[in-house]
Structure formats: C-alpha cells, structure tokens
Design a protein around this ligand. Sequence first.
Ligand code: PMP
Length: 449
Amino acid sequence: MPTPDRCRLADLRATEEKRFRDLHPRSAALAEDAAGPLLAGVPMPWMTRWPGAFALTVDSASGARLVDVDGIEYVDLCLGDTGAMTGHALPQVAEAISRRAATGLTTMLPSTDATWVAAELARRFGLPSWQFAMSATDANRFVLRFARHLTGRPRIAVMDWCYHGTVDETLAVLDGGRVVPRPGALGPQVDVAATTAVVPFNDAAALERRLAEGDVACLLMEPALTNIGIVLPEPGYLAEVREITRRHGVLLVNDETHTLCAGPGGATAAWGLQPDLLVVGKPIGGGVPLAAYGMSAEVAARLAGSMLGHEIDVAGVGGTLTANALALAAARATLSTSLRDDDFAVATPLAERFTDGVADVIEQHDLPWHVQRLGCRAEYWFCPPPRDGAAAAAAVDEEFEGFFHLYALNRGVLLTPFHNMALFSPAHTAGDVDRHTEVFGGAVEALMG
Ligand code: PMP
C-alpha cells in the first residue's frame, strides 16, 4: 500500500501557503486591521481554524458560490458549516426578512409565523409539540434541563467524541473509562465526571451497562456522528438504543442539527426513529439564527404545567430575543420553499457523485483511505472507516487535512474547515462536484509524486 511522503507534504504546504498569501492581498490587509480590535483577529474563535495564514474576508455569497474581497469566486462546499445548507441568499428569505424589518422585529409576543413553523416541523419530524431557541446549543441546553426536571436524575448521557454545541456538560470524553473534559475545552465550567455519562457510539452493551445505573435523565445523540467526521450507525444499533433508553426510563433526544442532511425530516424521518425529543438548528432560518426543539405528546403533557407560573422567566429556558418575528418569518420562508424532498432530490445525488469521484481517486492510487456519505453530506478520511468517536478522533491527521484544505482553497473550492467535509445544496451543479474531484486528484497526485 503506498503511503504519502511527509517531507514532500511539508514542502507542498509551504508552496501552498505562499500561493495563498499572493492570491489574497486585500484579505491580508483586512486581517491586519482586524488584529487590533478583534481578539485573535477574528470575530469568533473558530475562524482561526481556516487554512492559510489569515482568514479570508467574504464579500458576498449566493447559491453555492462565495466571493472574497480579492474577487476570487469559490465553489462553497462548507455552506457556513450547515447554516447555509439551503444555498446562500435565498431570494424568498431576503424578501421575508425585509418585509419583517419594516413591520417590527422583536416584541416578546408571538408573531403570526410561529404556529406555521411549528406545524411544519411537526409534519417533517413526527413530533407534535415545539419550542424555539436562538441556536442549537441553546436548544440542547433547554432540553437537558427539561430532562432533569422530568426525571429528577442528575446526569445526562452523550456519545464519546460527540459535539452538540457549546453545552458545558457535553464537552466530555472517555479516558480509560473515566469521564474527563474534552481536549481543547477551555476552563471547564462544570465537573463533567459529575454531570455526564459518556458511552462509545455503536456499542449497545456499553449503553445498557451505563444506563442500568439509574442516574441518567436523557441520552443526547446524533443518529450518526457528524462532528468527528461521519460515523454511521451499524445496522440495528439505533433500534437497540431506543429499546434500552425506554427500558431504563431515559429520555432519548436526537440532535438533528447536522443529520438534517439525511432528508427533510432528518435521520429521524429517513430511518423511522422515535425519539422523545428532537433538536434542530442551523439552516432552518435560512441563515437567520434560529433553532427548535420538538417533543412527543407524552413529554409535552408532562411538561405543560411547568411552562406556566410567575417564575417561568427565570426557569432557565428561553431568552429575550428568542422566537423573534424576524427569525420566524425567515424560517417560514425557508421551510415552505426549501430543504424539501425536491431539494434533496438534487443535493443528495451530487453528494453521491462526490463520493464516487473521490473513491475513484483513492482507488487509482491504491490508498487505504475512504469516503463516507450521509444524505447530501460527504466526507473523506485518510484511514479505513472508524466505528466510533474515539477511533475517529485517533485517525484525525491535521497535516494532511490542512494541506488538502489549502490546496482546494487555492483552486477555488472551499471545504468545511473541520474534517474533510463537503455539503451539497440544490444550487450546486455536477460541474462543481467535478471541479472538486479534479482538485482532490491533483492534491493526491502532488503528494504521491
Ligand atoms: N448540534 C450539533 C449536532 C452540531 O453539529 C452543532 C454545531 N456544529 C450544534 C448542535 C450547535 O450549533 P450552534 O453552534 O449553531 O449552536
């Protein structure tokens, strides 16, 4: 089996770094200006993760394209890490936003769009009762609070190497059987050993053992891991998860924020799952911050009484601008025209074309790599498919990853800055996919010599 040469990789990386600087003088100047007033020179820490010496400044984004301030156009396979999974700048969302801007954005009272959006989410995901949040992180936090309130149990359970946003208790991993803060989590806010049970993905026996201890309120999980690369559930695993959680009185929460790529009702609808609660965020507001959480009739009935009373505003659920009229108008415009079966009928075959193209290159070079897909999201790895999060984390190769990202960026293709992930929208074309395949092939060729 041929292995790419690390010395060659370092040389190639240096060439790409120079090319990046040469191509982006205007972004470089803006990054220099930003270094003063912005901590780390960026408005949000994740933006330091992009490849290249500085983050690109974006001028505009439309459909599947993004243009930077140096006038370079990219095929956008990141789509705002799912926030723009519809494609950028939907005209109907722009129209709804501007209409709403002229008629009041936030009142802390219901707007006329809230019920429509909740009913549409109920239709898509099969859960009857909904609430809104500003972000998927917030929605997850609220759901965890509800679960503890309803069960009176102190711990929550998550999958090893999961990601559910900046929810303190979920930034936990297993270390030789102990629950410890996830590497990289700054200033752990809570003692995760006390708040959180962590189990490996695709291991029903481990879940059974842990939940049998009786202290877990809910299991929060993605039906397929998507945040340590894509790790798909093995056949029968999710049915076992449902049976085990039910038997131990543990509420099952599906976080569909990323797995929405499986279809209009996420993996829950695509695979006939039956969670007690469900969280979805990112693209549902067409780019305007909004998330939602839904629940079964039984959970809704158990919670209803707690939603009333003089102290509901300090219950730890909600926020002043949450469910504002702007976000809900944007969500109505998005969900009534986008992320529907027709849209996935375009986007998912493009992701298939992507995996076919990448698999061909891997095969041609006889590399021990693989490419994985979930609906309209695809990803390649520099190893065989991992079965759980820990194996996936151990397989991350930052040197390779950084090189492939930069090589693609320098040739007009933008990958998601975390992992080797590509997301497709109905605005992408077969030509966009082929552009990536060509660039990926070029990078492998350069690496193999
Ligand atoms: N859940 C999942 C599965 C996610 O992937 C993310 C973000 N990557 C979140 C929740 C949090 O979303 P946000 O950062 O928009 O709060």
